[in-house]
Design a protein around this ligand. Structure first.
Ligand code: ADP
Length: 710
């Protein structure tokens, strides 16, 4: 042993060489030379190294002093174990150098044999290195934000802290220098290690980043008061003789305060209060000796009590923190989701508005096209030209329907229309729907079987919308059934519902597609059928059914096996009325000449309509701006004014108001692309008598002229 102390420089050199080898191994440095190892070190590394060395060495010396001078066995107060583990966890494996030096130097004056000193040095380096390796493997994080962080640390504290004492005791035993029995030598060091790890490591790792945690004034005050409470309780338990008055109940005083830390603050405040408790507790036991027990027993019971409290509360704190952070993350995610939802619905609204504007704008150029077709149709034509005109008319009609669908869809999405509910006869609704689709079904050569209830059924609905539903389904049945198909419409009462079932023997629907068939813009692949739709008919139909609190379902046994669509509408609130509502306005032909003034900035549309009306023997004049209306009225004295609302100079509402203000008492008919209920109401308020949505066919106008004459 003497020679060992005579040649300490030899030992340092030896340790340094191992350090260099290991460090190069661990850091995987490309150059193994000593100079490059030093070059890699920053000043900060060196400062931390010195700090760890000093911390390790001084606390080890303190522990030795207590142990030897105050005879504290079996209690060993051994902070170096916790310091080594925290240093290696935070500073990397290279921290083994100050740890080894600290351990080695602290043993220089001990009575241990040189072999035991080297063994102990190695043991107390291997222990934290293995611990850190496993902690990292199992995902330990020193912030103690997860329950697993506490559990991993406790496992390391209770299991791996046995390594150092194990190797050291074996070395003592082998060299015959065991200071006590092997079990006591090993056991007391192990217990000291556990205590050191559970108290010191969480304290160092939670405070190490030194992040400034923003807290409000009241929080700061609460933390300060809580820390004072911990100090007061610790002082009461460990420094005063009165704690004994509480008997065994004294052990419950500290947990109450610590629970407050767990529930209210981040884990670092708990680790601080545990550290304070350990320092105050041990100092108290040493400075104020107990009257009833020896210092060693007192210290050992402190170690056990504080160690267990630390372990239990670390678990609590990490679980609570994990929940707190999860809750915060959910709240943050919620906010992000809400923002995204807002953005999506904003975009959706913009898209819907765009669709509505587009559909509306496309109606304007359609007006002169419709008029031109009607004009051409009534001229003397070759049969071939007539067929071409009819075909063009049919396609224009289809475009018009598509635009109507688009507009309706946009209006439903914007919730822009209200149902105009009234008591309506189911028979009438169905019959009128059949009338509307008869031509199309005939053109496809389909036969339509209709089964209606023997006794009429009345429902409280918006008849226009229910008709729209039935027409959509009949049209689809016609479109998606090969020519010459069979379509069945069955209408019957089912309890409190009226069911309308439309069955065809057409192309059918694959079972995978059935659940999505009512989604908007859903078309089931390219169909060779006359199905030039946008894929919104069924979605619109479903929404209209839902607005009536009804249901719609689609059934099909598969491709080629036909489809059945069933709509059920509840019958509540229906009161049969003597007069059947919902009768279609029969087209009335105008008789005799009427003076008509057309006001439209779209010259082509105005001229087309003028030609047609002249052909129908009306006296017509057209003007193309709002400001000339009063003059034209004065000179032409029209019976009817067909007035476009979207005039560029003065809008149609204003013109109508002006005309009424000037005492014009004849009919004013609005011609507009806007057909919503609010638009109709607005034109009524401005003084219009009728509201026609573009493109308007001459028959619409003639029907209005008829009712004006009546
Ligand atoms: P569109 O007819 O404009 O494509 P719909 O929303 O009315 O749009 O229909 C969506 C899709 O559902 C159609 O493209 C078609 O594939 C399918 N479908 C609708 N009705 C039937 C039917 N009676 N038989 C077979 N397939 C149908």
């Amino acid at each position: 042993m003497g020679s060992f102390f005579i040649y300490p420089s030899y030992c340092f050199k030896y340790i340094f060489l191992i350090a260099r080898m290991n460090t190069t191994m661990i850091l995987n440095s490309s150059s193994p030379s000593i100079s490059s190892f030093f070059k890699d070190l920053t000043r900060r590394d060196v400062a931390w190294g010195i700090l760890v060395f000093l911390g390790y060495f001084l606390t080890a010396k303190l522990g030795q002093f207590f142990f030897v001078q105050l005879h504290t066995s079996p209690a060993v107060i051994w902070p170096p174990v916790g310091i080594a583990l925290a240093a290696m966890y935070l500073g990397g494996y290279r921290m083994w150098i100050p740890v080894a030096l600290g351990q080695f130097c602290s043993m220089l004056s001990s009575t241990a044999s040189p072999i035991a000193v080297v063994a102990a040095t190695a043991a107390y380096v291997v222990q934290p290195a293995v611990s850190v390796y496993l902690m990292r493997r199992f995902g330990f994080h020193g912030s103690f934000e997860k329950g697993t962080d506490a559990l991993i640390l406790i496992l390391v504290a209770f299991v791996l802290s046995a390594i150092g004492p194990g190797i050291t005791t074996a070395a003592y035993a082998l060299t015959g220098t065991l200071p006590a029995t092997a079990f006591l030598t090993w056991g007391r060091s192990w217990a000291g290690g556990i205590f050191s790890i559970v108290v010191l490591v969480p304290f160092v790792t939670t405070w190490y980043p030194w992040q400034r945690v923003r807290s409000s004034r009241s929080e700061k005050l609460e933390i300060a008061l809580s820390l004072l409470a911990v100090i007061a309780v610790d002082a009461f338990i460990f420094w005063t003789p009165y704690a004994g008055l509480l008997g065994i109940a004294v052990i419950f005083v500290l947990p109450v305060v610590l629970m407050w830390f767990v529930l209210r603050f981040a884990p670092r405040w708990l680790t601080l209060s545990i550290f304070l408790t350990a320092v105050i507790g041990i100092a108290g036991s040493m400075l104020i000796p107990s009257q009833t027990t020896t210092l060693s027993v007192q210290l050992f019971s402190d170690e056990v009590y504080i160690g267990f409290i630390a372990a239990i509360f670390l678990v609590f704190a990490t679980i609570v923190e994990e929940r707190r952070l999860a809750h915060r993350a959910i709240e943050k995610n919620n906010a992000v989701l809400e923002q995204a939802l807002e953005k999506i619905s904003g975009e959706d609204t913009a898209k819907t508005e765009f669709i509505a504007i587009l559909a509306h704008e496309l109606r304007n150029p359609l007006a002169p096209i419709v008029s031109a077709h009607e004009w051409l149709e009534i001229q003397q034509q070759e049969p071939e030209s007539l067929a071409a005109i009819k075909s063009a008319q049919q396609h224009t009609l289809m475009i018009r329907r598509l635009l109507d669908d688009l507009l309706e869809m946009a209006r439903v999405s914007q919730k822009a229309f209200k149902l105009q509910k009234e008591t309506a006869s189911v028979r009438d609704i169905v019959q009128q729907s059949i009338e509307s689709t008869a031509r199309f079904l005939q053109s496809r050569g389909h036969t339509l079987k209709v089964r209606l209830p023997e006794e009429d059924v009345f429902i409280f609905v918006d008849p226009v919308r229910i008709k729209q539903i039935v027409i959509n389904l009949l049209n689809n049945a016609g479109k998606y059934t090969d020519p010459g198909g069979e379509i069945e419409l069955t209408c019957e009462r089912q309890g409190e519902f009226v069911s309308i079932r439309i069955k065809d023997n057409g192309v059918g629907i694959a079972s995978a597609a059935l659940p999505k068939i009512f989604d908007p813009f859903r078309r089931l692949g390219p169909t060779p059928h006359i199905g030039t739709g946008l894929g919104i008919g069924l979605s619109l139909t479903k929404r209209l059914v839902q607005m009536h609190d009804g249901t719609i379902e689609a059934e099909s046994e598969g491709p080629g096996k036909g489809s059945t669509f069933t709509v059920r509408i509840p019958m509540r609130d229906a009161v049969p009325t003597a007069q059947t509502p919902g009768q279609p306005v029969k087209e009335k032909r105008a008789l005799g000449r009427t003076r008509i003034l057309i006001v439209d900035d779209n010259e082509a549309a105005a001229k087309g309509l003028e030609k047609l009306l002249v052909h129908h023997d009306q006296d017509v004049r057209s003007i193309y701006s709002g400001k000339n209306v009063l003059d034209a009225v004065a000179s032409f004295a029209p019976d009817v004014i067909l007035l476009d609302i979207g005039l560029p100079d003065i809008d149609g509402y204003e013109v109508a108001r002006m005309l009424r203000a000037q005492g014009f008492s004849r009919s004013i008919v609005a011609l507009t692309g806007y057909g919503q209920d609010s638009d109709r109401l607005r034109s009524l308020e401005a003084g219009f008598d009728y509201h026609l949505v573009k493109p308007v066919s001459v028959s619409n106008i003639l029907a209005i002229l008829g009712s004006i004459r009546q």
